[in-house]
Design a protein around this ligand. Sequence first.
Ligand SMILES: NC(=O)c1ccc[n+]([C@@H]2O[C@H](COP(=O)([O-])OP(=O)(O)OC[C@H]3O[C@@H](n4cnc5c(N)ncnc54)[C@H](O)[C@@H]3O)[C@@H](O)[C@H]2O)c1
Ligand SMILES: [Zn+2]
Length: 358
Amino acid sequence: MQTLNVNLGTRSYPIHIGAGILPRIGEFLQQAGLRGKVAVVTNPTVAPLYLQSVTDALTGAGYGVIPVLIPDGEEFKTVQSLQIIYDRLIAERLERKSCVLALGGGVVGDMAGFAAATYLRGVPYVQVPTTLLAQVDSSVGGKTGVNHADGKNLIGAFYQPQLVVIDVTMLRTLPRRELVAGLAEVIKYGIIEDAQLFALLEQKIAGLTQLDEALLIDTIATSCAIKARVVEADEREDDYRAVLNFGHTIGHALEAVTGYTEFLHGEAVGVGMAKAAALSARQGFCDGESLRRIVQLIKQAGLPSAIPANVSMTGLIQAMEVDKKAAGGKIKFVMCEGIGKTRFHWLAPQEILSALAG
Ligand SMILES: NC(=O)c1ccc[n+]([C@@H]2O[C@H](COP(=O)([O-])OP(=O)(O)OC[C@H]3O[C@@H](n4cnc5c(N)ncnc54)[C@H](O)[C@@H]3O)[C@@H](O)[C@H]2O)c1
Ligand SMILES: [Zn+2]
């Protein structure tokens, strides 16, 4: 098992990463000083797979367990689903000292985290991420929230967990398409911060899709360490944390214009990273060889790298303009300067369009 720390003063917390460590969850909660009841928020897909193990481990360590089920799917990442969680916490009289445990992917994690941030003005919460995307990205860093009919993640809070427990054996049940989508964020970390990670992925990406556990533990630990460092530098995304949006300006727009039905988030980010790298090369920030390697790795992972012919370019530009990062008509774009280095650059939508078309 590997343990990392996210260092944020009084809001610091450990991330444990290992294979088969789920049965030790009670021990980890005790080490983190958590007591009382634990509300385990999960969904009908994940519950039959892992709720019993979590419940046994927690009761074995003396915790009372309250299962809270919310519907599965991004379309249920809403205030209505939050209401289900609040109703249950109130009915079970969960106290300030009790805690919320998110058992699921990023949707469960973001919602359980926001419920924990707001119930009784804040109770502790624990992340047990079960998708690769959640293990390398959403469970670390404290962004929590739900969607609104007018946009994604419009309602939320920065609220850090007390503990993150990542068991890579839980990825065995994850559909392959979801696993591959999670790889997009891992590739992103390589491009923005870590040329060594990128080179490792070039050699061993197949080992990750084949669930080589030692490789998964190392890669997830490297990814979480990068995310932790970025969050430590800029917890509330005043500036540098936006580097994590590499590939996301175009990726988010692609998800939006296709109605969130065609692409998984990671798939759209695959396309977005390939296009962001092409734009970086066009603007003279990125060399041709790095661009070639980036596109190659995205394809090798099994992610898409091109915009489907039926997607309208003007639709994409409009979607980018409404993105919350747009200001004064220009978009704060994350450019790569080769592999492992980035810079911000303000661009007019028209300049982005030229790269998209190319
Ligand atoms: N908070 C952050 O910093 C942050 C960062 C990135 C993404 N997000 C959010 O994360 C969400 C996407 O998360 P996601 O990609 O994990 O999707 P998800 O939570 O919808 O999970 C994908 C699917 O896999 C199922 N599943 C989860 N674990 C499984 C397992 N081990 N075995 C079998 N099935 C399993 C889920 O029930 C779901 O059907 C989005 O809402 C996005 O906004 C948040
Ligand atoms: Zn992402």
